[in-house]
Design a protein around this ligand. Structure first.
Ligand code: 5GP
Ligand code: ZN
Length: 113
């Protein structure tokens, strides 16, 4: 499969991992939108949030806890951070393998653009 994040998960594209276990990995975004910009993804290919099933509830929770862990490891948990998951066109999704963006290191604005 030509999915770029599957290739990263299988280490076919060499990428420094900030966290990894059997289910999820976390790595820096190639085009950071904040001083800290990390992507947390499941190893399993799931195209969009729409494709997540109730059987994957634990995996979805694990993505959140992975972001929390990375935020703590990189010491931004007190200053704060934002988690974003884009879905399809209006959501601005460009890579169709679900990923949770962890953004930190600057003031975030609301509402998002
Ligand atoms: P989306 O727009 O789908 O929510 O986010 C996709 C993100 O993946 C973008 O922020 C983009 O910069 C990042 N990205 C795309 N290709 C690569 C890659 O090969 N390596 C890394 N580390 N990030 C990537
Ligand atoms: Zn994939």
């Amino acid at each position: 499969m030509e999915c770029i994040f599957c290739k990263i998960a299988r280490a076919e594209i060499k990428t420094e991992l900030l966290y990894e276990d059997d289910d999820v990995i976390a790595f820096r975004d190639l085009h950071p939108q904040a001083p800290l910009h990390v992507l947390c993804i499941p190893r399993q290919h799931i195209s969009t949030l729409n494709d997540l099933s109730p059987q994957q509830t634990a995996l979805a929770g694990k993505l959140l806890l992975t972001a929390q862990r990375v935020a703590k490891n990189l010491a931004v948990e007190e200053s704060g951070y934002r988690l974003v998951m884009n879905c399809n066109g209006h959501g601005g999704q460009t890579v169709f393998h679900i990923h949770l963006h962890l953004l930190a290191g600057r003031q975030m604005s609301w509402p998002p653009g």
